[in-house]
Design a binder for this molecule. Sequence first.
Ligand SMILES: Nc1ncnc2c1ncn2[C@@H]1O[C@H](COP(=O)(O)OP(=O)(O)OP(=O)(O)O)[C@@H](O)[C@H]1O
Ligand SMILES: [Mg+2]
Length: 281
Amino acid sequence: MPVITFTHHKGGTGKTTSCLNCGGFLNKKGKRVLVIDCDPQANATTGLGCDPQEPRKNMYDVFMSGTDEFEAVALKEIIVSTESGIDLCPSSLDLAGAEPYLYEREDRLFVLKEAIKPILRRYSYILIDTPPSMGQFVINGIVAADHVIVTLDNGMFARTGLEALQTIFSDIAEITGTPVSADMAVITRGRMIQEEMTPGEEISRGFRRLLGLKNEETTSREQFEEIVVFCEKFFPNVFTIPYDILIHEAQKQGLPLSEFAPESKAAVVYEEISSAIEKLN
Ligand SMILES: Nc1ncnc2c1ncn2[C@@H]1O[C@H](COP(=O)(O)OP(=O)(O)OP(=O)(O)O)[C@@H](O)[C@H]1O
Ligand SMILES: [Mg+2]
């Protein structure tokens, strides 16, 4: 019953997308999957078709359990089923308000790990989505995990971010006495590779520039390959997700690619990643 956490302290590296799409393919293979949304932005909640503004118990209540006069709320009380077949522990913007309370708790690093224990046997995989920060929710996610999947973008700061993350993992290992199993990196090509742009894409970029619209940034093939080589030094499994516009469409529909567009470019790699996840031990 592995618990897998998707993390990177930088924003927009593909944590949520990877969490939902790995979950989608594991679910399609007949595994029982729970996604725990530990991000106040609640993108995983929205991405599974749940409205984070709808009043319901959520991760805020779980993290507040045991503080001040708050009633104890177990993870199992907040689980919702989603259209994709994945179960979800939803988040909401309120979750941001729980973080200062956590700093006051001695057991703050282990709140999520302890909360997961009673439901471990119900699921084949528990996937945790974390926010872009280095706060308590991220640390709780890493401490609770059997495996950590680091997501990176292909921008120029990817390498620096990875070095910072290694330091954080070793600090967590020192505090908890258990090494962090960061065995997989997923590099998201949110930026197009200059050399791979089709003539159509180049023309469309030209027009966008003429109209004064913001272009998606690009990266050079050389820069991109450097990132891959660098990641291979740290991680036994390194995957690259191609740029895929259908990712946005799937998220808007509240479905993972496994349901929305299983043949799409990114879906094919996410299916491979889900098979690699099954082989982690
Ligand atoms: N392979 C891809 N191709 C195109 N767009 C992508 C791809 N992967 C992710 N995106 C888009 O990039 C944006 C950031 O992705 P995502 O939300 O998964 O990152 P994140 O790390 O969870 O962000 P945050 O740090 O804010 O939580 C989203 O709009 C998503 O739809
Ligand atoms: Mg996210």
